[in-house]
Design a protein around this ligand. Structure first.
Ligand SMILES: [Zn+2]
Length: 107
């Protein structure tokens, strides 16, 4: 059965390795995939090289999100979710690339 689902996109292979270790240490099976599935994605044009994505089994998705959420609570520059379109954004971005919403504004 192929029931893999994408959890998150890492900033770079180092972060991908870190996230993989974090999830695997919690007992989850993890795949790290690189760009092959999204060669048409806009991100490629403003990212340097591959941004690996982290994949988990669908049944593990909620648990994996919980693990990442706890990690993000501890860090700075934490990712945020656009209130307009629910796009998941990295902490260094102040504007949603998808809809143009500016972080911290309402409405
Ligand atoms: Zn948005």
């Amino acid at each position: 059965m192929s029931d893999w689902t994408q959890l998150i996109t890492a900033d770079d292979p180092i972060e991908a390795g870190f996230l993989r270790g974090l999830l695997e240490s919690a007992g989850l099976e993890v795949q790290v995939r690189s760009m092959e599935l999204w060669t048409a994605a806009v991100e490629i044009y403003y990212s340097e090289g591959a941004r690996p994505s982290i994949w988990v089994h669908e049944r593990d998705l909620e648990r994996a999100k919980g693990i990442l959420a706890r990690r993000e609570e501890a860090g700075d520059g934490e990712p945020w979710t656009c209130p307009d379109c629910d796009e998941r954004l990295e902490g260094q971005f102040t504007t949603c690339w998808r809809c143009g919403h500016t972080r911290g504004t309402r409405g």
